[in-house]
Ligand binder design. Sequence first.
Ligand code: SAM
Length: 309
Amino acid sequence: MESLFGTGYSDTMNYRHAFHAGNFADVLKHAVIAQCLDHLKAKPKPFRVIDSHAGVGAYDLTGDAARRSPEWQAGIARVLETKRPAAVEAALAPYLKVVKAMNTGADLTAYPGSPELAARLMRQDDRAHLCELHEADAKTLDARYARDARIKVERRDGYKALGALVPPREKRGLVLVDPPFEHRDEMAHMAEAIKPALTKWPTGTFVFWRPLKDLWASERFDVGLAEWLFEEGLAAPEKILRADLWVRDLESEGKLAGAGVVVINPPFTLEGHLLALLPWLAEALAQGDGAGWRLDGAVTDDSLSVEEF
Ligand SMILES: C[S@@+](CC[C@H](N)C(=O)[O-])C[C@H]1O[C@@H](n2cnc3c(N)ncnc32)[C@H](O)[C@@H]1O
C-alpha cells in the first residue's frame, strides 16, 4: 500500500482535474463546500480550511483541457441556464456567488476549484492549508496564492498531512478530502488514511468526495466509516450525512455517471438545502435515463431515501 500511495507514486499521477472542472460531480461537491463555508462564517470566530487534494485552484474553461473535455457544459453551464426555484437558489447561493464573481462577461470562461471557493468565501482572519502532490500543479497552486497571506500551499501527500494538520489552532473549520481515484484501492486507502484526523478532531466538519463507480466499494466506505465512527464514539448518527447524485443509470457505460459526498458534522442547515437541491440537480443535469439522487443520514440504517427520474 505504501508504495502505491507514498510520494513514490507521483510519476503515475496522470489525473488532471481540468478535464472535469465544473461537471455534475463538481457542482454537488462545490455547492456543499460553499454551504459549509457560509455556515462557518455565521460566527465571527476565525476558521481554517484544510484541502488535502487541492488541484490547481481554478480552471480556465477556454483552455485546452476544458475544450477537449467540456464536461462543464453539462454541469455548471446547465445550472446557470436552468430556471431555479427559490429553495434551489438559496442552496446554491454561496457557490454561484463565486462562479458569477469569476465570470463578469457574457460567457462562462472560468470555474473555481475548491481552493478558490475557500479563498473567495474566507474572511481576513480565516486560513486555508492546501496540499497538492503533483509537482506542476503544486507550483501553479502556489503561484496562484503567493500573495494571499491567509493561504498556505504545500507540495505534500495530503493523506499523510491530514493527521498532522488537525486540530487547527482555530478549533473550527472544514477538511476536504477529494482524491483523484486513479488507483483501484484508493477508496480503501482513503478510509484508513482519514482515521487519524477524525480521531484527533472529531468536532471538525469533514467532506469526503467519492465516485459512485464501484458501488460495492463506495458502500463499504460509507458504512465502514459510519460504523467505525459510532464504535469509537466519535460521531452520533445524526452527525453523518451522505448526498449522491447520478446523471444516468449507474450501470451505464462511459464516463462517470454518479458521485457524491459523505459529510461528518455537517452544518444543521445542509440537509434542508440538499433536499431542495438534489432532485432539481438530478433533473437539470440528467444525461439519459435513470438519473437520480439520494440523501440520507445514519448510513448504517436500511431505510435509504432513493429517488429516480
Ligand atoms: C479531484 S482533484 C482535486 C480537485 C479539487 N479538490 C477541487 O475541488 O477543485 C485531485 C487532486 O489530487 C492530487 N493528488 C493526487 N494524489 C495526491 C496526494 N496523495 N496528496 C495530495 N494531492 C494528491 C492530484 O494531482 C489532483 O490535482
